[in-house]
Design a protein around this ligand. Sequence first.
Ligand code: GLN
Length: 575
Amino acid sequence: MTVPAVPADPDPEAAGRKRKRKRPCKHIFVTGGVVSSLGKGIASASIGRLLRNMGFSVRIQKLDPYLNVDPGTMNPYQHGEVFVTDDGAETDLDLGHYERFLNQPCNHHATYTSGRIYQTVIQKERAGAYQGGTVQVIPHVTNEIKCAIKVLAEPEVDVVITELGGTVGDIEGQPFLEAVRQFQIEAGRENVVLCHLAYIPYVRAAGEMKTKPAQHSAQKLRELGLIPDFLFCRSEHKLEKELRDKLSLFCNVPSEHVIELPDARTIYEVPLTMQKQKLEELLTKRLGLPGRECDMRDWKLMLQHIRKPKDTITVALVGKYIRLQDSYKSVTEAIDHAAWANRLTAEIVRIEGEDLERDEDWRARLAGVDCIVVPGGFGKRGFESKVMAARFARETGMPFLGLCLGMQAAAVEYARNVLGLTEAHSWEMDEKSPDPIVVLMEEQKDIADLGGTMRLGAYPCTLPRKTSRTSKAYGGREVVQERHRHRLEFNNDYRKDFEQAGMLFTGLYIPDPAEPERSLVEIIELRDHPFFVATQAHPEFKSSPVEPHPLFKALIATAYRQRMQAGGRTEAGEG
Ligand code: GLN
């Protein structure tokens, strides 16, 4: 989708007519200090989960101060994975955490960047909307930021959680903090809570934890007119009472509002760590929300499975942004969820595509795992490793799941090595291939801009073959919705040849039933294979720990069954 402008300030009267509010919407802001990558997204999502389990209706959003209109045009090394919503927004990976923790979908209002805010302001200026006035950061940019915050406060919503990207002190973050300062006054302080997440380093040489960086970041906030209500302390170790008191004194928050968040075994423990410190009670009290029980039984049950796996399963992930932990965040999460659902723990063996291509012993590397996942991607680099991984899985019967580019690689492999079309390729990698198995979609041919122009978001996928592994994995459903982010598609001219050779087309997008030849191949599956499924979609975006994705679940279940039949542990599993 082309990124929409910030919507106009919602008319409170119109909203009131729709449904009378019992009480004003409450807002929780989460800022970060000292360093980045502390887990603001996980903290925000964890608060959301606690409030949701108290029966409140919660929405979460992320405001990112960088100037890209959205992260869609950024390299994964810059930004990690690009997460896609049902309505086709290309977003920050924190939205993935929000969806996984709350098990509820976000939309394009859950993500605003400076780029999008400024784009709206500039469009308005060009249209003459400011009637001759000088356009300034305050009030014009801050007004748009406030609109972006208010847009989620629909009448049925009790609490909106807004995470501010970046770290306090960043120049580009200042208009956002200023907007929060103004918003606090407009909405009433009693309706707004500010949580500040800071790092408490452990200085080995001194043998103690240091509070000074946190004090400085709280001070920086105060300079901007913001006083944190809660201080979240990320640290390697637990906080002693003395430190807590010191932080309370210097950062100007009550001692019980200093919440410790030491490193956890899994991110899914964070809501319970918060609950132990009664955060949900303190928050609701501070916001004047009714006191309710926070029933986390479902969450605790899920954690029990995580903590007590019966065995380990090894999964090779063959990609090209392997060095950066966050590049395939939703994929590795979906693998974990599926492993937990099978009472296992996943050991993900990250394989850099180009390393595999250079390795003479590449088959042995793949032979050491239980199954293979080939994720999505763009461009030529590392593509052949994806083809090699698909070939290995096809020939050896190793369970395989291909995602987007992973499906395209599997199709190219099949054409080359089963149909004998040795020069088969994807148009993206070789425009001159005599056998373009994957081609640019018709509607993409005239598109020049890169931002927001792919086939994005959720589309229905029909599962026509009831007996296929795909259909069985999806529990016999006839139509499923999956999210997309691509420009190319399987070339339908080759469908018949593939089918005759034993490839099944088990998922199709059928825009018009009268023209079946226009359907788009969504899922392919090898007929004579324990589990070789590849999809044009990104099912990983819809997996959560309480509702793991069926395709990932089936992959792991088959891989484990196969290993047990073969007599137990694999080499990599033993290592
Ligand atoms: N590059 C491929 C395309 O655009 C695959 C995209 C992806 O894996 N997300 O179709």
